[in-house]
Design a protein around this ligand. Sequence first.
Ligand code: ATP
Ligand code: MG
Length: 379
Amino acid sequence: MVITKLSIRNFRNIASLELEPGDGVNVIYGDNAQGKTNLVEALFLLTGQKSFRQTKESEFVRFGEKKGEINARFFAGGREQEVSLTLEGGKRSALLNGLPLGVGELTGRFFAVVFSPAELSLVRDGPSQRRGFLDSAITQVMPRYQKTMSDLSRALFQRNSLLSDMARHPGMDDSLLAVWDRSFAKLSYSIINARARFLARLAPFGEEIYRGISGGKESFSVAYQCSIPGEWGAVPEEEGEEVILSALERSRREDLKNGCTTVGPHRDDMDLRVNGISARAFGSQGQQRSCALTLKLAECRLIQEVAGEQPVILLDDVLSELDKTRKQYLLSGLASGQLFITCCDRSGFSAIGKDGVTWRIREGQLAARQRIVSRKKKG
Ligand code: ATP
Ligand code: MG
């Protein structure tokens, strides 16, 4: 997929911006607080997903304005298309090729993967960050997964409410719990199965990418860590649901004591390792960053394999903390598709292995575009 034109109005500090990106590397550089991340965020919102920033919908529109707009022309599915997103009154609405559709329906039609400094939490923080990565990556290739996730959250909420009622009123009839157990087990199976299968396909890409990033010096592995033991990804539906039901039964006493469900997909994690040891516990800053980048780049490869479209790659402020080998890998061989990179300083981009384009951004406005020409070796 390639974006051929982008225009933004009244989005954060961007009053009005027009951009005709190149189909390879696009560098947006500028001082702090000029609008680099804002531009990346605007592009990412076109995927129909939530922002990668912790933010409220009402905060997108430029101060003092009522309505913001993000429009892009892009080439995907063998044809030129147009998407537009309007932000107004804390809500988003979308048009695809002139026709209205739900914002969530853009997912699976406009593909982009973002990597920002916040993504480091993927490796460093608790399991919810890693589950979030998995869930949003799976949604891009299987949009109906989102619906199963919200059904699961509802079932979990109902089951937990019932458990805390039962904890407060001992002797309460527990037949309703069996009903919620069934529904929770069914939905959990779908989620666990999708996550395990997704990771099994992602893992070989991750291994290969990390090897490239580290110049062949380090190895990487990723595996699904399910709170319910099982051969997930290979177990048939009925058998899988029975395994989950038995796990719920085993943890019932604990669940009643705590007033919440202690096993299930909401407790699962991903095990990330570098050279066989936990990247979260023992990884250096650069290794953790490389791991997070690897997951994102592997996600791109998988989207391309499943959906047949190479997502646009958005790299916000990723170059700091990476050594020369890692930077070189990112800037040269990596992306066959369209890439947007932001940074404070333009220097270093002469290392890009192919021609690219740079723009300077200042107070939300772009200055004239310049081509980066790869430095030719003398002689
Ligand atoms: P850094 O290099 O520090 O990451 P940046 O260029 O990525 O900087 P952005 O995060 O894009 O900077 O933010 C630029 C500015 O946008 C900030 O000063 C911020 O206060 C401003 N901003 C954020 N939301 C709004 C809004 N709704 N209206 C106007 N300005 C906003
Ligand atoms: Mg920024």
